[in-house]
Design a protein. Structure first.
Length: 481
């Protein structure tokens, strides 16, 4: 019953773990859906802006073409005027020349203004074309993000389906375990109710069982003795038969093909004795004793082998239980750190960060990937982000580890050096919340971080010597030396 209860608790823990992972997957799926809808809206707005810009570019191109035609007309008109001026200069007085010169100057000014307008329109056209290229690149990036979100959504749906199926299996196992537990409890109650009346009978049965065990041991000893005697007689009979066969073969060599009842052996006794003496010098006389020793050693070693196999099986079972507990402990810690990373990173940046196992089947020989996704950016590993982003990711990881196994104090040396003002202020708020259970000693140059401190030590130079100034919050208790 205790084993059933313990296994039931394990099953409930596994179910809770899968439910938490299912909720995390659903949260990630909802975030992916929101990101997908945002990307669709952005792409729609970009398409509208793109169409507007294309319309504006076509208008500017038409204006440019019209101004080019006007410029060509003005230039042709100016050439004709110059020809007329030359003719008038040849045929008329100086007063008429001055009027024509003033008219020519006015036309030159008009031409200059038209060319200035043309250059302005050309510059505006180039700016619009560069904006169109930028928007096209943004559109391509948004489409890539949308495709990645589609893939992530499909993977999350697949993972959700797998978790739900495994959760259903675990729920069925839990129901089966509950039914077995109820049956075992009923049997336990029956045994408890009938145990009081069966004590005397149980004692009688124990006495009878002891007598029967004694008789059984006696009969077992007798049987073993008889078996040993039977084995000895069998070996003797087998030796006699073998000797008979050997003697028959020897007689056949000497011409006695038929077995005689009586025959004269005196004539062969001398040769047989000499042959026996020659064979006795070659045979091992201690072979029976050696056989008994080896047989006894074999039995003892066989018993020892069985004992060692039982010990080995017990050790293997213990190692498997330790590995199972180690794996479960690691997965619990992994899930807790992953949850804290998600919450802390979302609080600080509004983005997403999480941990992934590189190989779930062999978690102790594979690695862990730390994935980061800042707002409006694709997801990347922590090794391929910028220096400031790495600092932020490392701070979030340390804060997540603090929740797993809090320390007495933490020492940070300008960890906010690469953070901007909003992120530094969010970090200061989180550290202020975490300082309830631990002490934080932090070196910082950010005003938002210093404002949250309860005890401040300022260091400044004066006449080449460093001086220290102390400021203590009024709510802090006095420091005793």
């Amino acid at each position: 019953i205790q084993n059933k209860r313990f296994s039931l608790k394990k099953v409930e823990g596994i179910i809770q773990n899968y439910q938490s992972r299912l909720s995390i997957s659903e949260t990630g799926l909802s975030n992916a859906d929101m990101s997908y809808s945002d990307l669709k809206f952005k792409i729609t707005s970009i398409d509208k802006m793109k169409s507007q810009l294309e319309t504006r570019i076509s208008q500017l191109e038409r204006n440019h073409e019209r101004l080019r035609m006007d410029l060509a007309k003005e230039e042709s008109y100016l050439a004709s005027l110059e020809e007329r001026i030359s003719l008038v200069h040849d045929n008329y007085a100086d007063g008429e020349n001055n009027r024509i010169a003033s008219e020519l100057n006015r036309l030159n000014e008009t031409r200059t203004s038209v060319m200035a307008r043309q250059s302005t329109i050309i510059n505006e056209l180039r700016e619009k074309e560069s904006q169109v290229a930028t928007l096209s690149a943004q559109e391509l990036g948004e489409k890539t993000k949308m495709r990645n979100l589609h893939e992530e959504q499909s993977s999350l749906n697949h993972e959700k389906h797998e978790i739900e199926s495994r959760l259903n299996v675990l729920v069925k196992e839990k129901d089966t375990a509950n039914e077995n537990l109820v049956k075992l409890r009923e049997k336990e109650q029956e045994l408890i109710s009938t145990s009081g009346t069966s004590i005397s009978k149980l004692q009688e049965f124990d006495e009878m069982l002891g007598k029967l065990n004694d008789r059984e041991r006696f009969f077992i000893r007798e049987i073993n003795s008889r078996e040993r005697q039977s084995d000895s007689l069998s070996r003797d009979i087998r030796d006699i038969v073998e000797n008979e066969v050997k003697i028959q073969r020897i007689l056949e060599k000497y011409g006695y093909e038929e077995i005689t009842e009586t025959f004269e052996v005196d004539s062969m006794l001398h040769s047989l004795e000499s042959e026996m003496n020659s064979l006795a010098s070659k045979l091992n006389a201690s072979a029976p004793e050696t056989y008994l020793e080896i047989s006894h050693g074999y039995r003892s070693m066989s018993d020892r082998k069985n004992e060692l196999e039982e010990e080995r099986n017990a050790i293997v079972k213990f190692i498997e239980e330790i590995d199972k507990d180690k794996r479960q402990t690691f997965l619990d810690a992994f899930d807790k750190v992953d949850k804290e990373i998600r919450e802390a990173f979302n609080t600080m940046t509004g983005g997403q960060a999480w941990l992934e196992l590189q190989n779930e089947d062999d978690i102790f020989n594979s690695g862990i990937s730390y994935l980061i996704q800042f707002p409006n950016k694709p997801k990347r590993e922590s090794t391929s982000i910028s220096g400031g982003e790495k600092t932020l990711a490392a701070i979030v990881f340390v804060l997540a580890l603090q929740k797993l196994k809090p320390s007495v104090f933490y020492l940070f040396d300008e960890v906010d050096a690469h953070l901007d003002a909003p992120n530094a202020e969010k970090l200061a708020k989180i550290i202020e919340q975490r300082s309830i259970g631990s002490q934080f000693i932090m070196v910082s140059l950010k005003d938002s971080v210093v404002q949250k401190a309860k005890l401040i030590y300022g260091v400044y130079p004066k006449n080449g010597v460093s001086h220290v100034v102390t400021y203590k919050d009024k709510r802090m208790p006095s420091i005793t030396s």
